[in-house]
Write a protein that binds this ligand. Structure first.
Ligand code: SF4
Ligand code: SF4
Length: 276
């Protein structure tokens, strides 16, 4: 039995036994090579689940949407290593209870889909090293190095040009599993902390506020990149912030679910070099 059939059959069992109320996976998309999220609530619906090399979205986002888990019931979800990273972060930040999530883990390597053993987040603790490979593709890392070599004024011009394209649609925020705040600071208008207009200052404010908020919290899933209608390389800035956090604190976000969130915890031996 292939992995798709195996996961379909297990999903149907979980639904018919009532162990989970919902399975979040992938279904056929609008074209042959696109997949869209599929929400199966009955064993029959689980027959429509698809699992192949086109299943690239990070479905963790749906776990924190619309109070899905507030009734205490379990949900099953299909996740790649970057999705497992983001789930670890959400558990560490007390947004998701580990015992409420059943995971159908899989990896895509060389266009082949392989299963990841285990069904609960603790089963994936041993994946530590594998999760460290859930990083942006080499092209993003090479671009980060190219920017590094530009110097600060070159980088400023680069990002000014990129951010000038932003139309403040907030699709990046909606797609990101880490953007779960009930009220985002850009939606607060009394006072208006961040300008809602699409002009240079407002665009810098929005994109930099978001980058800082994601420092040490980005799972490198690329959902923001794919959602951005004007192709701003958002994963690039988040990757760069993650690299900074790794160098300063030796912290790789989402490696395990019992990590202390790096910028929300205090250590007596922190060097505090930023305090003059
Ligand atoms: S910032 Fe982008 S790459 Fe990072 S977790 Fe959010 S959607 Fe994924
Ligand atoms: S998705 Fe792109 S255009 Fe939309 S708010 Fe985010 S950065 Fe701006």
């Amino acid at each position: 039995m292939g992995i798709q059939e195996q996961y379909r059959s297990e999903a149907a069992e979980l639904l018919s036994s009532g162990e989970v109320k919902l399975v979040i996976g992938f279904g056929a998309g609008s074209t042959a090579d696109r997949r869209r999220p599929l929400f199966a609530r009955t064993p029959e619906e689980s027959e429509k689940l698809v699992l192949d090399q086109n299943c690239i979205a990070n479905l963790t986002t749906y776990l924190v949407a619309g109070g899905l888990l507030t009734d205490g019931k379990k949900v099953a979800v299909f996740l790649k290593p970057d999705g497992i990273r983001s789930l670890n972060i959400l558990i560490a930040e007390s947004q998701v209870k580990a015992e409420q999530v059943v995971i159908f883990g899989f990896a895509i390597e060389n266009n082949e889909v392989t299963p990841l053993e285990g069904r609960s987040i603790s089963d994936f603790a041993k994946l530590g090293e594998k999760l460290r490979t859930a990083t942006p593709p080499p092209s993003v890392q090479e671009e980060a190095e190219r920017l590094e070599a530009m110097g600060s004024s070159g980088r400023f011009e680069y990002w000014k040009e990129q951010f000038s394209k932003c139309i403040k649609c907030y699709a990046c925020r909606q797609a990101c599993p880490m953007c779960y705040c009930r009220r985002c600071i850009v939606d607060v208008n009394q006072p208006q902390w961040v300008s809602t207009s699409s002009h240079t200052l407002g665009n810098f404010e929005w994109n930099l506020v978001r980058a800082f908020h994601l420092a040490g919290r980005c799972a490198a899933c690329g959902a923001c990149d794919r959602a951005c209608p004007v192709n701003i390389p958002l994963r690039l800035i988040n990757y760069r912030m993650g690299k900074e956090v790794k160098e300063a604190f030796d912290y790789f976000a989402g490696e395990s679910s019992d990590q202390n969130p790096v910028l929300a915890s205090f250590r007596q031996d922190d060097p505090e070099t930023f305090i003059l």
